[in-house]
Design a protein around this ligand. Structure first.
Ligand SMILES: Cc1cc2nc3c(=O)[nH]c(=O)nc-3n(C[C@H](O)[C@H](O)[C@H](O)COP(=O)(O)O)c2cc1C
Length: 174
């Protein structure tokens, strides 16, 4: 997991994919997400995650791709990621690239989607933002950690928040 999390930290864009198995992610994907439970915001979120963007691609034959994508999005958003794009479909052919590609890129490269650079499928030129929901979640967790840390300074999660400076003025998006 240590190696994996380092890859996450280094990545400019995190891409998570899974087919839908009975309307949810595969067991393998769920196991991966479970291993990162300790990185959820109410525990010890990684500051590196707050500036990241992610794309989730799920696939199914009938229905369930959207709920499978939600499984992943739920975790990613609680890791602190604000910008999460979702693509679902039965086949690659179902993905309407023209819709996925941001207007600015479409303008720059014209109507012929074949001429788009391969990396432009999700607004990579976009300036990073931290949305309000992430901030609200953060402040809610901070309130809890503050009270935990006050009553037990040795509590692992509270100690981590204090060490990051988040119980004082520091914020992961600064
Ligand atoms: C255990 C299992 C559960 C599945 N559940 C769903 C489902 O709920 N909805 C759906 O549309 N497809 C379902 N599928 C189909 C997959 O989402 C997917 O389309 C298919 O497995 C991909 O082809 P592959 O197995 O050859 O990789 C399921 C497949 C498996 C093996």
């Amino acid at each position: 997991m240590g190696e994996l999390i380092n890859h996450f930290f280094k990545a400019d864009l995190i891409v998570m994919t899974s087919p839908a198995y009975v309307f949810h992610v595969t067991g393998a994907m769920k196991a991966l997400l479970d291993h990162f439970a300790y990185r959820w915001m109410p525990h010890r979120p990684a500051p590196e995650m707050f500036g990241k963007r992610a794309v989730i691609i799920t696939q199914c034959l009938g229905s369930g791709a959207k709920s499978a994508a939600k499984d992943i999005k739920h975790s990613l958003s609680w890791w602190g990621i604000s910008e999460i794009g979702i693509f679902t479909g039965a086949l690659m052919g179902d993905i309407v690239w023209e819709k996925a590609i941001p207007k600015e890129t479409r303008r720059a490269y014209g109507k012929d989607s074949k001429s788009y650079p391969k990396v432009c499928t999700y607004g990579l030129h976009k300036i990073r933002t931290h949305n309000l929901i992430t901030k609200i979640k953060f402040f809610f967790c901070r309130m809890i950690q503050k009270s935990i840390h006050r009553s037990d300074p040795e509590h692992l999660d509270g100690k981590y928040w204090a060490e990051q400076g988040w119980l004082a003025d520091s914020r992961p998006w600064k």
